[in-house]
Ligand binder design. Structure first.
Ligand SMILES: NC(=O)CC[C@H](N)C(=O)O
Length: 198
C-alpha cells in the first residue's frame, strides 16, 4: 500500500510519521507525477488558503480533483477537511478546494488561534472510547448532503454537538489533528478504508 501526503504546506511530517507507525509506506506528494504513483492521499492540517494557492501553482488542483472523482481514497485533517469541502464559508474569495465531500464547512469556526482547544469526540466506527482531539483554529461542518455520514461530534462544552468528523464513500475528514496526539486510530481507520477500496 502506497499512501501520499500532500506536501505543499502544513504538518506533513506528522502525518508521514503516523502513517509509518500504522505500517504503510507513506511519501510526500508535491508534483503531479508523484500523485500518479500513490493510491491514496492525506491532506494535512495547516492553512487552507496557502494549500489552495500552492495546489494551483504546482498544477495539482485539477489532477487531485480528477483522482477524487475517480474514487481515490483521501483523508483530510483540519485545513485538509476544508480542502475536501464542496462549499467553504468564511474562506478567501479566490480560495479553491478539491471538492469531493458534499458538505459546507466554516473556516475558523471555533474562533481565533487563542480559542484553539482540546476536547473529546466519539467517533462512529472507531472502537476504544472517545478520541481526545486537538482543534487548532479548526473548521466545523455546518451542513451535510444525504450521502455524507457524520462520524463524530464535539461531545461537551460550548460547542457540543458540532460535527467534526465525516465520511463520504472513500473520503474521510476530521476538523481535528490526530497526527498530533499519538493516537493512531483515525490513521488506522483510513488505512483500512484504503485496503477495502483496493
Ligand atoms: N489547523 C488547521 O489546519 C487550521 C486551518 C486553518 N484555519 C484554515 O483555514 O485553513
Amino acid at each position: 500500500m502506497n499512501i501520499g501526503v500532500l506536501a505543499l504546506q502544513g504538518d506533513v511530517r506528522e502525518h508521514l510519521a503516523a502513517l509509518a507507525e500504522s505500517d504503510v509506506l507513506a511519501r510526500p506528494v508535491r508534483r503531479p507525477e508523484e500523485l500518479a504513483e500513490v493510491e491514496a492521499l492525506v491532506i494535512p492540517g495547516g492553512e487552507s488558503t496557502a494549500i489552495s494557492n500552492l495546489a494551483v501553482s504546482f498544477g495539482l488542483l485539477d489532477p487531485i480533483r480528477k483522482r477524487i472523482a475517480d474514487g481515490m481514497s483521501v483523508y483530510g485533517s483540519c485545513a485538509g477537511m476544508i480542502m475536501l469541502a464542496a462549499k467553504v464559508l468564511d474562506g478567501r474569495p479566490d480560495q479553491e478546494s478539491f471538492q469531493g465531500i458534499d458538505m459546507t464547512v466554516r473556516r475558523n469556526a471555533f474562533g481565533r488561534q487563542v480559542d484553539s482547544f482540546e476536547g473529546d469526540v466519539t467517533i462512529d466506527g472507531i472502537a476504544g472510547g472517545d478520541f481526545h482531539a486537538v482543534f487548532i483554529r479548526a473548521p466545523w461542518v455546518e451542513e451535510v448532503g444525504d450521502d455524507v455520514r457524520v462520524l463524530g461530534r464535539v461531545s461537551g462544552g460550548r460547542d457540543a454537538g458540532r460535527i467534526v468528523a465525516v465520511r463520504q464513500g472513500n473520503l474521510l475528514a476530521t476538523a481535528f489533528h490526530p497526527e498530533l496526539t499519538g493516537d493512531l486510530r483515525v490513521h488506522r481507520y483510513f488505512v483500512e478504508m484504503v485496503r477495502q477500496a483496493a
